[in-house]
Design a protein around this ligand. Structure first.
Ligand code: PPE
Length: 307
């Protein structure tokens, strides 16, 4: 269960959590055209709090809206400010932040016509996405029987609600089969991403992740690539097959919710020593330093706020 907080920002104002409701004929509820973000705020080393890469998340939110032709009735600056306002109203020093832009009720039928475009921002406390143990020990994943979207079937670079039917199917299957997460292959059969994470492998000291062709341009992915390069690792963005992953020394997922989660097993095959790998843990340490303001180098990634 989500831990309730006091307020949700809804169409321009803060309303009580229980009053942020919609009609059942909300267009997005039927047809899936909504766009959203997942963002995290952390308590930093100096006692203040900061939202990690807020500008980039708001930019991606608006890019997603543009891709699916939704005209957002607020500016990027207004949404940026509203997110900080919501965090402060809920007195959250650390939080998961979920902005959602959706098509309201009015006309029914596939064409949304002039139905209102509505915006909600919810914030709540969300711990480790795949469990505390996952961050330390790594997880077991399974290649999904569900293929990730073809680039002309869904808009893969937009974080569209409807795209997540595919993710829900993959995640549900993985859990039912006793794994922690599903790994999806693209339409050509190469490794693409997890149900809610980008994927990396490490082999002979080289870090590899699929190119952005058909995956979500993860903000954590980009942050970790930057951190890895700064730490002196060789990094390549290149497609790879599942057997390359099976034979890798290490593997890990990145995502706002998943942060940097090591992978210790794929399809019953142990990866490396079958534990969180040293490169994954070194990158994870730097990532947590960056999000908590403990790395002067990455200070620009933080939008500070005080309760
Ligand atoms: N791929 C997918 C499909 C995805 O959903 C996410 C984020 C990522 C990659 C990583 O992107 P980024 O967060 O910018 O590094 N998934 C979000 C939603 C998870 C959920 O269960 O809801 C998230 O991590 O917030």
């Amino acid at each position: 269960m989500v831990q309730k907080t006091d307020k949700i920002w809804f169409d321009g104002k803060l309303v009580p959590w229980d009053e942020a409701n919609v009609h059942v004929l909300t267009h997005t509820l039927h047809y899936g055209v909504g766009v959203f973000e997942g963002i995290r705020a952390y308590e930093t080393v100096d006692g203040r709090s900061a939202v990690f890469r807020l500008e980039e998340h708001v930019e991606r939110l608006f890019d997603s809206a543009r891709i699916v032709e939704m005209k957002v009735p607020f500016s990027e600056q207004q949404i940026f400010d509203a997110i900080l306002e919501t965090l402060k109203a809920n007195r959250l020093k650390a939080a998961y932040i979920r902005p959602l832009i959706f098509i309201g009720d009015g006309a029914m039928g596939v064409f949304p016509g002039s139905n209102p475009i509505r915006v909600a921002i919810a914030t709540w406390h969300w711990g480790a996405y795949l469990g505390e143990d996952a961050l330390k020990k790594g997880i077991r994943i399974k290649t999904s029987t569900f293929t990730r979207h073809h680039v002309n079937v869904m808009m893969t670079k937009a974080k569209v609600s409807g795209n997540y039917v595919n993710s829900v199917l993959a995640k549900t299957e993985a859990l039912a089969d006793g794994y922690d997460e599903g790994l999806m292959l693209d339409t050509a059969g190469y490794v693409s991403e997890g149900s809610g994470e980008n994927v990396f492998l490490v082999n002979k000291g080289v870090i590899k992740t699929p190119p952005l062709t058909s995956i979500l341009a993860g903000i954590t992915r980009e942050s970790v690539l930057t951190i890895a390069r700064d730490m002196g690792y060789k990094v390549v963005e290149e497609r790879f097959s599942r057997d390359e992953l099976y034979a890798a020394d290490e593997a890990f997922f990145t995502g706002t919710a998943a942060e940097l989660t090591p992978i210790r097993e794929v399809d019953r095959r142990q990866i490396g020593k079958g534990e969180a790998g040293p490169v994954a843990l070194a990158l994870q340490k730097e990532y947590f330093k960056a999000v908590t303001g403990d790395s002067p180098k990455y200070k620009d990634w933080l939008a500070y706020y005080t309760i």
